[in-house]
Design a protein around this ligand. Sequence first.
Ligand code: PHE
Length: 360
Amino acid sequence: MSELLKDKIERLRVEAQNLHANTAEEVEALRQKYLSKKGDVSLLFDDFKALTKEQKAQWGASVNQLKQQFESQIKQMREQMESKVQTVAYKEDLTRTPDSIGLGARHPLSLVREQIITIFSRIGFTVADGPEVEDDKHVFGMLNFAPEHPARDMQDTFFVEKQEGVQKPTDILLRTHTSSVQTRALTDWAKALNNDPANAPQSLRILCPGRVFRNEAISARAHCFFHQVEGLYVDKNVSFADLRQALLYFAKEMFGPDTQIRLRPSYFPFTEPSAEMDISCDLCGGKGCAFCKGTGWVEILGCGMVDPNVLESCGIDSKVYSGYAFGMGVERIANLKYRVKDLRLFSENDVRFLEQFESC
Ligand code: PHE
């Protein structure tokens, strides 16, 4: 028995010295052949159990040594295989130009907002900013909204701080339109005119781009937030003709030189007279199609002459100054340009939608 064991140990020692593998799989096969539960080295221990105490003492060390020899050989081979994999990876052509990282695209609303700003900046408008979380006074009160005006209702406005049933100028809400920036800019200008009339700007010509919020059920055609760009021009002797001319210029720049406009009478508390502006439908050239519902016109913005009450509530003398204002939805203009059928796409940030627009 001991001779047999001795032979087996000897044979395995030779095999251990000559282990050879080309791949990680072959190393694993060797591990299984020698070191797994039913492997050749493990089986030696079965033989070993049958030995006498003296024989065990004689051969124990040799069997353990053999096991360790296999273990360290296989470990070494495994490490070699791993470094081989890495070396192969690094052997790829390091001078090759790497695949370019896909460029992002501009959001269509950013593109359209910027285009609107560029067009109006050419005729002297500059951008003004105001808070999205506003008080009742700046969103409604100073803009000539009657206390019981339905827009103040919880149905339309998200209130942040409001006392049940009572309406106060200090109620806090999410602005429902960017006209709130008008009241802030007019008040600041009035202060400048009062403090230092000689050095104060002689007119106010601002664009107010921004996000607005309305308590609407979200659908393909409405969202609880959207974007507006509002324009305001106040000076001495500003007329409705000035408004019409500025808007005609905008329409032609935005939608092409053949675009025509029409102004329909409308109502806004803060403008008098008020109007809604349509542009000729560029899909059918004004003949009438499904997009313009057969009318040949599509509505794009609200406008009018600033109501004297608004000027007065901001501290501007309405006998000296007059002005016009207009406000448009950025999503609406983007829809006309890109024919996006579902408004929700603008706020979902789905790259499949976004990557279709002008890349950065
Ligand atoms: N604030 C109006 C709205 O939100 C738009 C508007 C602005 C109309 C300025 C007239 C003048 O619908």
